[in-house]
Design a binder for this molecule. Structure first.
Ligand code: SF4
Length: 387
């Protein structure tokens, strides 16, 4: 793992050293409130759409750059609002696969992460939905200190806009969103749906619903609510085990839900949306990868419209998990395929910049630089395994 990548382009829109703005981010100002604010200055309601279009479509990063607005109005906007409520704390780039990772400092000084992944002509944004996470999956750095708060819709959209602004001429825009960063997305469903509605706006980021994947640890009631929303988003459920006894050891919140209820809700999601559900399965050597588990998983998913992503664990000092043996991984794949379940082994992107969530933020919070952490590769790898 490289630990000497350059730090790029700290946010230039921040008003003070190290701290984000205290002015409200304009993307979190409700349209009717913004229209009323504009009316108070004798401006027509359509100015509100102009401002949003400048940020979402034209890549404006300051009010001054919004050349279709009157100059005095630009100054008034800049005095009252910030284009971005966040500040880029760190920006890392992996030249080998063109992955970008941003650590953003929020207005309340908390840190979150988001990642831009390039693959096969795609530009995919991986975004966070919470500060921290309350799910406590045993292999994940994001959940170590629990959940601090939900992100606002504007804070989620800002991640998309900042990542989109890093996309060059090819393909020139974000093509996909995966909601797999820090936090449990369905625990912040209302704000997430609001943010994704903005992302889908044809006059802005213009990301189609079928190009959005929402990953969840499996909250049955929220999966049903998502299904009822009538959207074409793709659902990925982090299953990691075929039985409740084993899953509760890996995903502690399973005690309150249970595998059957999660699968029922996922089946309902498929029935209502027609969208195949993906099941994520971190393969932990010696824990969830023996032939019994393979058979149980195949039995569980056979006959369901399901796809399985297997994510082999990478070994880490200090954690009691090991990489699965090739033969066990092969057996898992073959058993699932024999049962008619579609399966893939997922490749990781951006490993040299710790593209999995939680790790860079934790290092930034501890005041460590990438160079400071040289020699702590074991823990970094632990955090890479998060899905
Ligand atoms: S893997 Fe996801 S759901 Fe589990 S603790 Fe980490 S961020 Fe939360």
């Amino acid at each position: 793992m490289s630990t000497t990548l350059p730090l790029l382009d700290p946010g230039r829109d921040a008003p003070g050293a190290g701290h984000p703005t205290t002015r409200p981010g304009i993307l979190d100002v409700p349209p009717d409130v913004l229209r009323a604010w504009l009316a108070g200055r004798g401006q027509p309601p359509m100015r509100a759409n102009q401002v949003r279009r400048q940020i979402l479509a034209n890549r404006a990063t300051s009010f001054d750059a919004m050349s279709d607005l009157p100059k005095p109005l630009r100054a008034d906007l800049a005095a009252a609002f910030a284009v971005f409520s966040t500040r880029v704390e760190r920006h890392l780039h992996a030249p080998s696969d063109d992955t970008h990772k941003l650590v953003l400092r929020l207005a309340d000084d908390r840190l979150i992460e988001c990642v831009l992944i390039r693959d096969d002509g795609r530009a995919t944004a991986c975004v966070s939905t919470q500060v921290g996470c309350g799910m406590g999956c045993v292999f994940c750095a994001s959940g170590l200190e629990g959940v601090v708060r939900n992100l606002t819709a504007g804070e989620i959209v800002e991640q998309l806009v900042r990542l989109r602004n890093l996309v060059g001429a090819d393909p020139g825009r974000l093509t996909h969103i995966v909601v797999m960063g820090m936090g449990e997305p369905l625990a912040n469903l209302d704000n997430l749906l609001d943010a994704l509605a903005v992302a889908g706006d044809r006059t802005g980021l213009d990301i189609g619903q079928r190009h959005v994947t929402i990953s969840t640890v499996g909250l049955p009631a929220k999966i049903r609510r998502l299904a009822e929303a009538g959207k074409q988003y793709h659902l990925a459920v982090s299953l990691h085990a075929p039985t409740d006894a084993l899953r509760t050891r890996i995903v502690p919140t399973n005690t309150g839900t249970g595998v059957p209820a999660i699968l029922d809700a996922a089946d309902e999601f498929y029935a209502r949306t027609g969208r195949q559900v993906t099941y994520e399965y971190v393969v932990l050597g010696g824990l969830n990868d023996d032939p019994t588990h393979a058979t149980e998983l195949a039995r569980l998913l056979a006959g369901r419209k399901a796809h399985v992503n297997l994510i082999p664990w990478n070994e880490v000092d200090g954690l009691p998990y090991r990489r699965p043996a090739d033969a066990d991984l092969r057996h898992l794949i073959d058993t699932l395929r024999r049962a008619g379940v579609s399966v893939k082994v997922r490749k990781r992107k951006g490993a040299e910049i710790d593209a999995a969530c939680g790790q860079l933020r934790r290092r930034a919070e501890a005041g460590l630089t990438t160079e400071d952490t040289e020699g702590t590769e074991g823990r970094q790898k632990a955090e890479e395994n998060r899905v």
